[in-house]
Design a protein around this ligand. Sequence first.
Ligand SMILES: C[S@@+](CC[C@H](N)C(=O)[O-])C[C@H]1O[C@@H](n2cnc3c(N)ncnc32)[C@H](O)[C@@H]1O
Length: 261
Amino acid sequence: MSGFDKDWLTLREPVDLRARDENLMAVAMETVAKARHPVILDIGCGTGSTFRALSSLLQKPAAWRLLDNDPRLLEEAMRLHGDAIETIQGDLNDIDSLPLSSATLVTASALFDLCSQDFIKRFAEKIAQADIGLYAALNYDGAMHWSKFHPLDEVVTANFNAHQLSDKGFGPALGPEAWKSLAAALEGQGYAVKTAESRWIMTSNDAELQTLFLNGIVRAVLEYGELDEAEIRDWSEFRHRMIERDDSLCRVGHQDVLALR
Ligand SMILES: C[S@@+](CC[C@H](N)C(=O)[O-])C[C@H]1O[C@@H](n2cnc3c(N)ncnc32)[C@H](O)[C@@H]1O
């Protein structure tokens, strides 16, 4: 199991949806609609966030295959969507077993920043051999900004980004650099690649998500171990106080990638 919490995925979904680049989604779905029998394979599907974001934009019905290695998340996807989807439990590292046959497009969200250079290279080669496009949304790009400044913001962000490079099950993760490597690997395989910003903008209405996100940053930075614990606590207390303020914003950079032949 991957350890991604269903409640965390649920909480981030509305912010993800606001952030996704609309033009890339529209182009991806136009491409799918050109196929006679469209089949979409969503990898690292979680509970089906990408299915929910894209299916209403489709101009004709498509078969959806949702793949993840976490049976609890797949169970939740089935509970939510039943016959509208097929779920597949599998490990993405086993690239040769990816169910690509007759697929029109591979989709993913919040996945590739967990992946290594080696995985991205092998994945790009695999979908190119099968001549299938990719829509990969919401890849964290390393930028975190708060409207209320704290002197430790920059160093906390740098430590968090360094922590993102640890192994998330695919070998050493590329973290914030992953979207660029993905785009380059796909261009190298002859794809026309478009990228677009899909920045989270969180206000006091997203207080619960902001709180969990902040707790995650603090955990990672403490684990990374380069900053003084008292300083991190001080930064965290300041940030927790700001979350409730109506005029306080938190922006987290993400990038969407669309690669088509
Ligand atoms: C950040 S979550 C994103 C989930 C979903 N796409 C979304 O946007 O809500 C990453 C997903 O990748 C899945 N995952 C991680 N490693 C995997 C692997 N080796 N094989 C298959 N799925 C994996 C996790 O279980 C999780 O559902």
